[in-house]
Structure formats: structure tokens, C-alpha cells
Design a protein around this ligand. Structure first.
Ligand SMILES: [Zn+2]
Ligand SMILES: [Zn+2]
Length: 150
């Protein structure tokens, strides 16, 4: 029934790990792997509850923690009002561009960042396992809103 090969792969992995795949869990899986918005657990819950109103927030947390432990999702903790966000669309470490006004979070496509781990290995001999690069700014929409209100 599922056509997305990545979701199928994750389902197989979870089944092998002994997890029961409920329709709610599958819906959470679909939301987190398809969204590029770096959702909070509450936002994931609200989207899944549109289809499965009985889904609990605890189920969302359990499922995202499971996916994180399986390397299928990254958890991003931010200080302040951005809170904890989940990125299941791109589970490998990558830089984030964060708007300090509206907490919008983007995955900037900058070639320099792709080359960074390789350069660090070359220059310092480290085998890079993970990294966290957060860049803060004010997005174009918030800049426009600020100039309108002045
Ligand atoms: Zn903004
Ligand atoms: Zn991301």
C-alpha cells in the first residue's frame, strides 16, 4: 500500500526492532519524513490528529525518539521559543538557518557546508561523526514586516 520506498525501509527496520506499526505510527512517520518545516512534537501531533484524532502526544514522542535512535530523524534542541524540532526529511547532520523572530528553520543549500567535514578530516585528521551548525538571522518576511511597522 505504501509507495514511498524510504517509509517502507523504515517500517521494515522498526518491525525488525520489534515495534508494532500502528496506523498512528505510520501517519507520524509520513509527517516527519515528508515535512521540510522542522516541526515540533506538538505540530506533528496536530497534523496526525487530523487523520487519527485519538493519537496522543506521548505516542508522537515515543515514535520520534525511536526514529532518532534508528538514525532516521535528527532532534534539534534550540534555546528560547524555537524549542525542540525534528527533521526526518534529512536525517544526516546538516546546517540550519533560523529566523529569530518567527522561528522558521531552513536547510540552506551551501556547497561550502558539504565540503566542511572532508576539509576538517584533511586538515585535522578527525573522522567526523556529527556536527551542529546553527546560523541565526531575520527572514525576508520578518524584515518586511518590521519595515512596514516602522
Ligand atoms: Zn521570520
Ligand atoms: Zn534540517
Amino acid at each position: 500500500m505504501q509507495t514511498n520506498p524510504r517509509i517502507q525501509g523504515i517500517v521494515e527496520k522498526l518491525k525488525q526492532a520489534g515495534c508494532r506499526i500502528t496506523p498512528q505510527r505510520l501517519a507520524i512517520l509520513e509527517v516527519v519524513t515528508e515535512s521540510r518545516d522542522h516541526l515540533t512534537a506538538e505540530q506533528i501531533h496536530a497534523l496526525v490528529a487530523q487523520r487519527f484524532p485519538t493519537t496522543s502526544l506521548a505516542t508522537v514522542y515515543k515514535t520520534v525518539n525511536l526514529l532518532r535512535d534508528e538514525g532516521e530523524l535528527i532532534e534539534l534542541g534550540f534555546s528560547g521559543s524555537a524549542g525542540t524540532r525534528y527533521d526526518g526529511a534529512r536525517p544526516a547532520p546538516h546546517p540550519h538557518l533560523i529566523c529569530v523572530r518567527c522561528n522558521r528553520i531552513l536547510d540552506p543549500e551551501i556547497r561550502l557546508f558539504d565540503e566542511l567535514p572532508g576539509e576538517l578530516t584533511e586538515s585535522y585528521g578527525y573522522r567526523i561523526l556529527s556536527h551542529r551548525i546553527d546560523i541565526y538571522g531575520i527572514c525576508p518576511e520578518c524584515q518586511a514586516a518590521e519595515s512596514r511597522s516602522q
